[in-house]
Structure formats: C-alpha cells, structure tokens
Design a binder for this molecule. Structure first.
Ligand SMILES: C[S@@+](CC[C@H](N)C(=O)[O-])C[C@H]1O[C@@H](n2cnc3c(N)ncnc32)[C@H](O)[C@@H]1O
Length: 234
C-alpha cells in the first residue's frame, strides 16, 4: 500500500478494498485494455486519490448524505465511481459505460470487494438518459476524462434532478473549455458554479473539478441522438 494523505480518513477495510481493486485492475489489464497506469504509486495517486479528490469540495459535501444517488458517465475501469462507492458506502452508485468488456471487469470488482451500493449499466449515456428510470433521477453526476466540457454537459445534465450537482474531472487545460462549457450549460438549464483546482500528491501534477448545478429539468430535445453531441457540440 502507498502512504498518502487521503482527502478523507479511510478505514482499514476501505484501504484493503482499494488495494484489492488495484490488484484486479493490473491483473485484468493483461487481458484487456483498461488503463495505461499500472505502477502502484501512480495507480494510487492518479486513479484513487484523484477519484476521491471531490470529497473535499464543499458543493459535494452539501449533497452527500445517506441514500444520495450518483451516476458516473463513461466510468471505464471504474473511475471515479468505484473509489467513491468504497468510501461513500451509504450512497447509491450507478456506473455507466458504452463498452461491455469494462462492465464485465467492474462486475468482478464488485463481487470481489463485496460492494453493495453499486450497479452497472452497459449503454451510451445519450440512450440511457431517455430512459425514465434514469432521466432526472440523480442527485449527483460525475465524469472523468470522457469529453470536452461542452459535449460532456449534454451527456451529464439529463441525469440530474433540478438542484442536483455535476462534477466533471478535468486535466490542467480546463480554461480553454470554460466558455464553451458555459454556453452549453445555459442551453441545458444548468449553471457552472465553481472550478476546484488541486495538486495530486507525490508531485504528480494538478487537476480541476468543474462543478455545476441543474437549475431546471433539461429541455426534452436533449440529449440528441447518440453521437450527435460529439459531432456537433452545443
Ligand atoms: C478515456 S475513458 C475514461 C474512463 C474513466 N472515466 C477514467 O477516468 O479512467 C472514457 C470512457 O468513456 C466511455 N464513453 C465515452 N463516451 C460515452 C458515452 N456517450 N456513453 C457512455 N460511455 C461513454 C468509453 O467507453 C470509455 O470507457
């Protein structure tokens, strides 16, 4: 295990779950492409710490309580969804990805770690957001490394209830995306609230979490058909 100062004090069980997750990630990565990051310290910092960085953001703390519903759009190998589900164990998580093989891996992680508060959906988010069981049903939506902010807003916002919050994990280049993101947010009846920049431990760089809030239901015309948000960003 790597010794780092976590955004929140973790229990022994949570630390063991993270370590088991790392082993599974490295193991399965030999058979399927899950991550380019496999060195232990880097997995801990760039995947686990980064996923958990949102725990220090006040807009997260305001909505995070027992039963809070969270969806992770484009979770890939489970980031940020799995580390968050381990630590926020009284909240409910849905992890969505367009690739079935990633979901197969995540199901194995869930079983091995004994996670009770996570379910998975194999779908493109544009399609899933048309399903009434998912549209407007979440208190929180998260997404990391999936698309530019103006595209991402159309993929994320439709899952939020009015008053719900979105957290988009970005690299250092966020400033280029801000203006386009704000324009897209306005069309979707959301509003950018904050951009929270933080340093990763072990001098592994800086990241930004962009926070937004859903003011009213997303207009029925959004999201457009699968693929259109990427081809013709708002
Ligand atoms: C670069 S990976 C990032 C994965 C993970 N969030 C992370 O930070 O490591 C992007 C993931 O988003 C998924 N994805 C891209 N567009 C999507 C969409 N419209 N709906 C669902 N998943 C999508 C891809 O299948 C891929 O697993």
């Amino acid at each position: 295990m790597v010794d780092i100062q976590w955004p929140r004090v973790l229990t022994e069980e949570q630390l063991l779950q993270l370590d088991r997750y790392r082993s599974l990630l490295v193991d399965w990565n030999e058979r399927m492409n899950l991550t380019a990051i496999t060195e232990e310290e880097e997995v801990y910092v760039k995947h686990f710490y980064d996923s958990l960085a949102v725990l220090t953001v006040s807009q997260w703390q305001e909505v995070a309580k027992t039963g809070t519903r969270v969806i992770d759009v484009g979770t890939g190998a489970g980031f940020p969804g799995i580390p968050l589900a381990i630590v926020e164990s009284n909240m409910e998580f849905v992890l969505c990805d367009a690739l079935q093989k990633r979901i197969t891996f995540l199901q194995a992680v869930k079983d091995e770690l004994g996670l009770q508060n996570v379910t998975f959906v194999h779908a493109r988010s544009e399609d899933l957001a048309r399903n009434p069981a998912y549209r407007g049903q979440f208190d929180i939506v998260v997404s990391r490394a999936v698309a530019r902010l103006n595209i991402l807003m159309e993929l994320m916002c439709p899952f939020l209830r009015p008053g719900g919050r979105g957290f988009s994990y970005k690299g250092p280049g966020f400033d280029d995306e801000r203006k386009d993101g704000e324009r897209a947010a306005a069309k979707l009846r959301a509003k950018l609230m904050d951009a929270h920049t933080y340093l990763l431990p072990k001098s592994m760089g800086s990241r930004t979490i962009v926070v937004f809030e859903q003011s009213a239901p997303v207009p029925e015309t959004y999201p457009r058909k699968a693929g259109v948000p990427q081809r013709k960003p708002l």
